[in-house]
Design a protein around this ligand. Structure first.
Ligand code: SAH
Length: 261
């Protein structure tokens, strides 16, 4: 018997077997693949994955669950259960010597989606693809394009580093306990070269953040928080057309052009 799911650890188990099958079939991993699962929970997806892939590391922060998983799966030689926080997990160390790239999957707690993506980004050279179930609105923000309601600094951040795609939406009733909102399965494919060329990534994102912090203002006004007055004066004339727009009307390419200027 399992204890009550822990809200503090974002435990919402995927209980719909059809959705589990659908996720496994979309990810389409094969017997050459190395997989890292984040938040294995009660291990239903872990078991299905282990049957398909070369080997799988299943991370689970909850001591009780990870011990149950260890017992349950002790016969499976291609599966290693690790009691660990993903945010402290060093992929370079764990997969040292592995030449193939890693596939990552996680039905993860909503509140650490962004930290997890930022953490995985540090290892993007090692990762083939990431599949995550995330809050539906959050998935929408990751894929949205200029002029749409959900477009923002986070969309640009994700699209700069990854090719994001929504695979399908998952009704909240597929989870236990039932969360407040629906989810989506999203895939993030790390880009080998960033989506746009910029001389200074930090400059790019500081301009993006400053602009979206004042979403209603045109760039000419909001950018002053990120760029000195002299620099603004230098680019004002040449980029007059971009600077009179609001941030939601600028593409990643436009922001990159401003950052480089
Ligand atoms: N994959 C399972 C469980 C999903 S619930 C399923 O689909 O049913 C999310 C799981 O992530 C929980 O078991 C929770 O204990 C675990 N978890 C939460 N925070 C974590 C973290 N920082 N690192 C690793 N696992 C975590």
């Amino acid at each position: 018997m399992y204890p009550q799911p822990k809200k503090s650890l974002g435990q919402n188990f995927l209980i719909d077997p059809n959705i589990r099958r659908k996720i496994i079939s979309i990810m389409d991993f094969n017997n050459r693949d190395a997989v890292l699962e984040i938040g294995a929970g009660r291990g239903e997806l872990t078991r299905m994955l282990a049957a398909r892939v070369k080997f799988i590391y299943a991370l689970e922060i909850d001591r009780f669950l990870s011990e149950s998983l260890q017992q349950e799966f002790c016969q499976l030689h291609n599966l290693k259960v690790i009691n660990c926080d993903i945010l402290k997990f060093d992929l370079d160390k764990a997969f040292f010597g592995l030449s193939a790239k890693i596939n990552v999957f996680g039905n993860i707690p909503y509140y650490i989606t962004t930290p997890i993506i930022e953490h995985l980004l540090k290892y993007k050279h090692k990762i083939k693809i990431i599949f995550l179930t995330v809050q539906k609105e959050f998935a929408q923000r990751m894929v949205s394009l200029p002029s749409s309601r959900d477009y923002g600094a986070f969309s640009l951040f994700v699209q700069y580093h990854f090719e994001p795609r929504i695979a399908f939406n998952i009704k909240k009733g597929s989870f236990y306990p039932v969360p407040k909102v629906d989810s989506s399965l999203i895939s993030l494919k790390p880009r080998l070269t960033s989506a746009v060329e910029v001389a200074d990534e930090r400059q790019l994102f500081s301009i993006i953040r400053a602009s979206f912090n004042q979403r209603r203002k045109v760039l000419r006004n909001s950018m002053q928080k990120a760029v000195s007055k002299e620099k603004m004066e230098r680019i004002a004339w040449r980029y007059a057309n971009l600077l009179k727009l609001r941030p939601e009307d600028l593409s990643l390419r436009d922001f990159a052009e401003l950052a480089n200027a």
